[in-house]
Design a protein around this ligand. Structure first.
Ligand code: UTP
Length: 288
């Protein structure tokens, strides 16, 4: 089985749930404590052994490219002022030349379409898809946990988590097959079902390891829920033809595309940080 070397990060969405912050600023650049959301996903990808990250961008997203570039004036100033620790941290976070590549989704036609826009850069090999909005704080990188399952099952793997019954209509929901309590066979997938018709409460969240055949399904450009080309519909067509599993990953997931989820991510991560954590927890106590 070919090694998973590439991750596609679709960042072409408009981020309307975070308006007015996202009128100009890409939502992926909103900070959680002191790092933009997109940087958490790229660090997770690197920690999982991904060699090439493909960002599918859109108009107004060039700040993301600038963020990961060498900021020559800033780096020189830090060096001159002897702030070597900060400089080294920034250099370590800056991807190597060729490690980050960009392509554009020219129209926001849906997540499935965004992934398809990366088809030539991905080629015919298994690859990962990461939705940056889903920030995952985990003991071992969520994507690394999934790659371990992929190596064993030699097929598609999605990250899943139980959601309350009244939230099924927000997610792709798994119809479960054999289940060992951690890895569940995906027997079916339904995009955004109402609670009465949902096959389970197991929701797919924004981490996927996909076989190259997904691109053939996406190439059909079939329009699904919400008038968008859905990744879930294309994945559903691979079930039964290829191994397909869900992993109940270890870790906490925050939906940073949503105001409350974003605020929770800031509180949880800031409270757990060794530098600002103690003072931040004391400060929070004043807002009970
Ligand atoms: P969302 O459903 O969160 O949509 O997309 P959105 O446009 O980003 O945000 P809201 O709902 O208006 O607030 C899920 C993921 O798919 C990407 C988004 O960037 C996000 O990472 N996406 C979605 C695209 O890249 N292109 C699309 O056409 C749609």
């Amino acid at each position: 089985m070919a090694k998973v070397r590439k991750a596609v990060l679709p960042v072409a969405g408009l981020g309307t749930r975070m308006l007015p912050a996202t009128r100009v600023l890409p939502k992926e650049m909103l900070p959680v404590v002191d790092k933009p959301i997109v940087q958490y996903a790229i660090e997770e990808a690197r920690a999982a052994g991904i060699e090439e990250v493909i960002l599918v961008t859109g108009r107004g997203k060039t700040l993301i490219e600038d963020h990961f570039d060498r900021a020559v004036e800033l780096f020189e100033t830090l060096a001159r002022r002897g702030r070597t620790a900060e400089l080294e941290a920034l250099l370590g976070q800056t991807p190597q030349p060729g490690e980050l590549v960009y392509t554009r989704q020219q129209e926001p036609k849906g997540l499935g379409h965004a992934v398809w826009c990366a088809r030539h850069l991905v080629g015919r090999e298994p690859f990962a898809v990461m939705l940056v909005d889903d920030l995952i704080d985990a003991p071992a990188p969520c994507l690394a946990q999934m790659l371990e399952v992929h190596r064993r099952t030699e097929g598609n793997v999605v990250a899943v988590m139980e959601v309350p019954a009244d939230q099924t209509a927000r997610y792709g929901i798994v119809a479960p097959g054999a289940d060992d309590g951690r890895v569940v066979e995906v027997a079916g997938l339904v995009e955004k079902p109402r609670p009465e018709v949902a096959p389970s409460r197991l929701a797919v969240i924004g981490r996927y390891v996909l076989m190259p055949e997904i691109m053939d399904e996406l190439a059909r450009h079939e329009v699904g829920a919400g008038g968008e080309i859905q990744l879930t519909d294309a994945m559903a067509r691979l079930i039964g033809r290829q191994p397909f599993h869900g992993l109940r990953f270890e870790g906490r997931r925050f939906d940073c595309g949503d105001k409350l989820g974003y605020l929770e991510a800031i509180v949880a991560l800031a409270a757990g940080r060794p530098d600002v954590g103690p003072a931040f927890r004391a400060l929070l106590a004043r807002y009970r």
